[in-house]
Design a protein around this ligand. Structure first.
Ligand code: SF4
Length: 367
């Protein structure tokens, strides 16, 4: 069997893995090395199963929650919160289908997910039927990493190929309750097909180059250290001296102050992306916390400034002088004693931030 065939069938995650780090893609999909599931993956899978069970069993909450039972206590709390957010996001929607497997052959004709001719495949988390007869595609996102619109636009293709009108495709962000929809026009559809075809050409070209140069194909799949090394299971295999355990680096950075800022910044990015805490010492962790941040309502700078002035005036007249610079951390409780015309100018949005807190505080935190 030609080695390149092992890269098939493609999927959004395979392509994304290749674009982030070609070496990781090679080790995982061509050499077939197993990647142990991380807590974030386990949470994601259980929450997906629970939401799918809820939909397919007409809202049977007990049956759905059973899908979270196998998680350890700390992950269960996180998963349950993500699940509840998903339930809230579905309220009032007409769910047409959930967890649909699809496959395309190399000419983008529909084929079975498990067909030997399958060239690209995926699983659509949710299809919503809109009042005007069109459909919307949604993907549940349980972590904190930035969603990639290409993923959901690609997931709208099987419905469009099946003759359905897809209005938009997007993400339900279960960590924040946010919704990211992207409208679907012919431009997006064509760019999604191009994304798959061009990515495949990039992968195939590397095998062809290896043949021409008569080298082991892995040589053409170079490591990319910005591809997420700190939580990559193949660190030992890719033999990069730069790749070390980020937790060890954090500990060392506490001693080597010059390096501290850089290591902590990188660690913050990892916590944000994976949603998982890192131990800084045996008693403290770097973890994702969520605080409410204030924004003043208004369209454009002029309206915002007028609204800000009205809030400041009220604060001065009502002994709230310590907040007159309208700090984004002004507690929301203050708005409850404001008259509605002033309180409504203060909008609070959840803002995730990464902080070092004590391990016991983390354990008690409602994640
Ligand atoms: S450790 Fe980094 S460079 Fe090596 S395979 Fe993993 S992501 Fe790629």
């Amino acid at each position: 069997m030609e080695l390149w065939r092992k890269a098939l069938p493609l999927s959004y995650s395979r392509i994304n893995s290749f674009l982030r780090c070609p070496r990781k893609f090679y080790l995982k999909y061509i050499e077939g090395l197993k990647e142990p599931a991380t807590p974030a993956m386990e949470i994601g899978k259980s929450v997906h199963d629970a939401l799918d069970t809820l939909i397919k069993n007409r809202g049977d909450m007990l049956k759905a929650l059973e899908k979270l039972d196998t998680l350890p206590e700390q992950d269960y709390t996180t998963a349950r919160k993500r699940f509840k957010t998903g339930v809230k996001l579905m309220q009032g929607l007409v769910i047409a289908a959930s967890e649909i497997n699809f496959g395309f052959d190399s000419k983008f004709n529909k084929v079975d997910f498990n067909s030997p001719d399958c060239f690209f495949r995926g699983v659509i988390d949710l299809v919503i039927k809109n009042e005007d007869g069109s459909y919307s595609v949604r993907d549940w996102k349980t972590g904190w990493s930035d969603p990639d619109p290409r993923q959901v636009i690609v997931y709208s293709l099987p419905l469009i190929k099946g003759g359905l009108r897809v209005n938009d495709a997007g993400f339900f962000l279960l960590a924040t309750g946010g919704i990211y929809p992207y409208p679907i026009t012919d431009v997006e559809v064509n760019s999604a097909f191009n994304f798959i075809s061009k990515s495949w050409k990039l992968i195939r070209d590397r095998f062809d180059d290896a043949e021409v140069d008569n080298v082991d194909p892995i040589e053409k799949f170079q490591p990319n250290v910005s591809g997420g090394c700190s939580y990559c299971s193949f660190r030992d295999r890719c033999k990069l001296s730069e790749v070390g355990g980020i937790e060890d680096e954090i500990r060392n950075a506490q001693i080597d102050k010059e390096k501290a800022q850089e290591v902590f910044d990188r660690a913050r990015e990892i916590v944000k992306e994976t949603g998982q805490p890192l131990f800084v010492t045996d008693e403290s962790v770097m973890a994702l916390t969520e605080t409410l941040k204030l924004k003043i309502a208004g369209k454009g700078t002029e309206e915002k400034n007028l609204n800000k002035a009205a809030v400041i005036r009220w604060l001065i007249e009502n002994n709230g002088a310590e907040f007159v610079n309208i700090s984004s951390t002004m507690p929301p409780e203050i708005t409850r004693i404001m008259p509605p015309e002033i309180g409504n100018l203060c909008i609070y949005k959840p803002s995730p931030s990464v902080k070092v807190i004590s391990a016991s505080e983390y354990a008690n935190m409602e994640v």
